[in-house]
Design a protein around this ligand. Sequence first.
Ligand SMILES: *Cc1c(COP(=O)(O)O)cnc(C)c1O
Length: 366
Amino acid sequence: MNNQVQEPQPKPGILEIDMYVPGKSKVPAGVTPHKLSSNESPLGPSPSALEALAGIGNRLQDYPDGQATALREAIAARHGLNPENIICGNGSDEILSMLANAFLAPGDEAIFTEHGFLLYRILTLGAGAKPVVVRETDCRTDVDRILEAVTDRTRIVFIANPNNPTGTYLPANEVKRLHANLPGNVILVLDAAYAEYVRRNDYESGLELVSESSNVVMTRTFSKIHGLAALRIGWAYGPRKLLDILNRIRGPFNMNSAAIAAGAAAIQDRGHVERSVLHNEEWQTRLTEGFEELGLKVTPSVGNFLLVHFPKTAGKTAAEADTYLTERGFVLRAVGGYGFPNALRMSIGSAEANLGVLKHLKEFLD
Ligand SMILES: *Cc1c(COP(=O)(O)O)cnc(C)c1O
């Protein structure tokens, strides 16, 4: 054996993964940055979360509670759930990753949609399994197409509801129909990162469906409406049997003390959440109308972001708009990697940021 030519090789599938590219935040020196690229909250976190965070400063030598009890109980109380059916993660990303690691092996398949959240592909390939990508209809998840793609090797169906980056959602009756037609050994993962923003009577985040089934897991995050993306806090609601499996592979101290304390405080501040929802509702409408007046097209969104398309008639491309806006401090998200080469995703920001984007885009397109 010649040790010189040997080198470490990853598992099959790993080299097929395109690295996840996070939303940019760089603007030219001297320009005020408005980061609208990662769907973060323009209102920031609840003051009570900040207070809780300050309170842990004198106990940094202690390991955190490995069960994240205070956080699980606060979430359970807020939603009327049993804390035994809740697991927390270092961001909901970690929970999605635990699901892939526990349930996907080489030869298995995981289904998600063509404009679905990019992480599903990364996690599927990372587990050595095969991504099965299903077409959407008008930027919407298509239940019939998902059901057609199910084989006896399917183990997980990942759905972001609402979806990122399209902002569209699947109504509760469609989610139910999907679940009713899936084999019992397939896990339906409902990634409800934006659930709190949705104001539609026919939407259900997954709380009901999880309660009635043995193969559905709903994930949520504190990164969006709770304004705590920096602390990395996510949670899932699921059947005990499934969570017991995830708890076997979970890092024993995956939640740090800052996340546990701030998250538990944040979820109790309903007023703060309500203010975020109202701000979002107002600007969802104003921005959509504003973009349409400029001749751009917006996919109808129920989340805290908008997918803005630059049709040929606008005379300019999304890439040109991205450069123009970034030079002026407004950082949106290019979504070519999501299959939208001529669109930008904009997080709904502060009034100042939103008006700034509309003003500069008008100048740019005129
Ligand atoms: C932002 C987002 C998440 C949240 O991830 P965290 O790890 O909790 O920050 C999950 N799913 C989707 C679809 C998202 O857009």
